[in-house]
Design a protein around this ligand. Structure first.
Ligand code: F0G
Length: 438
């Protein structure tokens, strides 16, 4: 292989050059994956290269493209993500380098001692999507795209809008209308300047429409079927491994909707084992919302054939009934001794309340991962002594509507913290203080 990267169809093996802007196989319509030339270093030498860059990622470096690339938790792993890209080509905020929290109260709620929360809501637009979008917009410019487009439940659109602005390219997003997108996400998308189309339909309609239209209308599609998105999203798993000094956890647990992130985490683990970064792979658990659970249904049937449902859940980010990356994600679950489970809306909201009350917070879909851990512990699939890394995919401020509704006065649910109205008097204040501090 002469070029450092080529694109290969998952289904029929057809190959395309690295800069080809199509995001599905022209021969059979299958999804494309990137294949990179193996890095020069492996094992301890490759770990040392990544660790050295981590030590060098001071914010003072961010003033130019090369500095942003150095400070990014995505581009630190560039040999595994996009080895042919030069510093000057990179479109980066920077992103990644998100914290890995241990919060005993959340661990106790979930029923496992060593629960680590990888908080990707600490990315620049507040979700893990920035990891894929830095690579997708870098590639959009390399491929000479005239505009970029996506369908979204809100986070991809916010990330697209921000990175398209950074890249100087027009961005177009298709999101489900009728208030199906959380307020923070819609606000970001508009604010960052993407053309926002409110589609009369759900996310599955938006994705079908943009897939049909993008190639025909000459815009570059940056949904997670775009292989460059997947490459960038691999970095969340690589960061977890690096933060644990390359001593892999027993489990990585994450919420699942369109299944791009499950595919990406699996692809990263594949690389990490193949290149000797770790000597044993974690198991992967994907968690769906009970009302948007086609992949969980498929898992119970041995993934005999793709399932579709009409999705309904409070976790609007994963309100997806017909996931695009089914085959890839199914391979990941099979390969990493994985499981797929589901959490109902009440469990998702309770997990979210526990995570919020621990002082870090997350959006509803993200809490599905912790709700999933609790269920898997209760079912005996995860043992309480195992070390579990759960990915929190989005920031607490993404969905203030669901949060405020949960904490409204009179609601009967765990950890409700309704606001208290008082008279503007010292007496009123004294009574309020007596009620919280004894
Ligand atoms: N968590 C959050 C916060 C998300 O926004 C998404 C997906 C997921 C989990 C699921 O990841 O689709 O790769 O399985 N959001 C997409 C969007 C669909 O448009 O923002 P997945």
């Amino acid at each position: 292989m002469t070029a450092p990267t080529l694109q290969r169809c998952d289904a029929c093996g057809h190959e395309l050059p690295e800069r080809d802007a199509r995001t599905s196989c022209p021969a059979c319509g299958g999804l494309l994956s990137l294949v990179h030339a193996p890095p020069a270093a492996r094992g301890a030498a490759l770990r040392a290269l990544f660790d050295e860059r981590l030590a060098d990622a001071a914010p003072a470096h961010v003033a130019d493209a090369a500095g942003a690339a150095r400070a990014s938790g995505v581009w630190r792993f560039r040999e595994l993500i996009a080895p042919g890209v030069s510093d000057a080509e990179i479109v980066s905020q920077p992103e990644g380098n998100t914290p890995l929290f241990h919060r005993p109260s959340v661990a106790a709620w979930a029923g496992v001692d060593a629960l680590l929360l990888k908080h990707d809501g600490f990315n620049p637009t507040g979700s893990f999507k920035d990891r894929g979008m830095t690579v997708a917009l870098t590639q959009a410019r390399r491929a000479g795209a005239r505009a970029v487009a996506c369908a979204s439940t809100g986070n991809t659109s916010a990330a697209l809008a921000a990175y398209a602005s950074l890249a100087g390219l027009p961005g177009l997003v298709l999101v489900p209308g009728a208030q199906q997108v959380a307020l923070g996400k819609l606000a970001q998308t508009l604010g960052y300047g993407a053309r926002t189309l409110l589609v009369r339909g759900d996310f599955d309609d938006c994705l079908r429409l943009v897939r049909e239209g993008a190639e025909r209308l000459g815009v570059y599609l940056v949904n997670s079927i775009n292989p460059y998105r997947i490459e960038g999203q691999k970095s969340v798993a690589l960061e977890i491994l690096q933060q644990l000094r390359w001593d892999a956890p027993d489990w990585i647990v994450l919420p699942a909707g369109n299944l791009g992130n499950t595919s990406a985490v699996g692809a990263a683990l594949r690389d990490a084992v193949r290149l000797g970064l770790i000597d044993r792979a974690p198991r992967v658990a994907s968690v769906q919302a009970a009302g948007a659970n086609p992949f969980a249904l498929g898992f119970r049937e041995g993934f005999a054939s793709p399932r579709r449902v009409k999705a309904e859940t409070v976790a609007t980010a994963i309100k997806i009934g017909d996931p695009a990356s089914w085959d890839r994600a199914a391979s990941v679950i099979r390969e990493f001794g994985g499981v797929v489970t589901e959490a109902d809306d009440a469990a998702i909201l309770e997990a979210k309340a526990a995570i919020d009350a621990a002082g870090i917070g997350c959006e509803p879909a993200s809490a599905a991962s912790v709700a999933g851990v609790r269920r898997l512990v209760r079912e005996g699939v995860i043992r309480p002594g195992e070390r579990v890394a759960a990915i929190l995919t989005g920031h607490v401020l993404k969905d203030p509507g669901v949060l405020l509704d949960y904490h409204r006065a009179g609601r009967d649910a765990p950890l409700v913290n309704a606001p208290v109205e008082i008279d503007a008097t010292l007496d009123g204040l004294a009574r309020a203080i007596d009620a919280v501090a004894s």
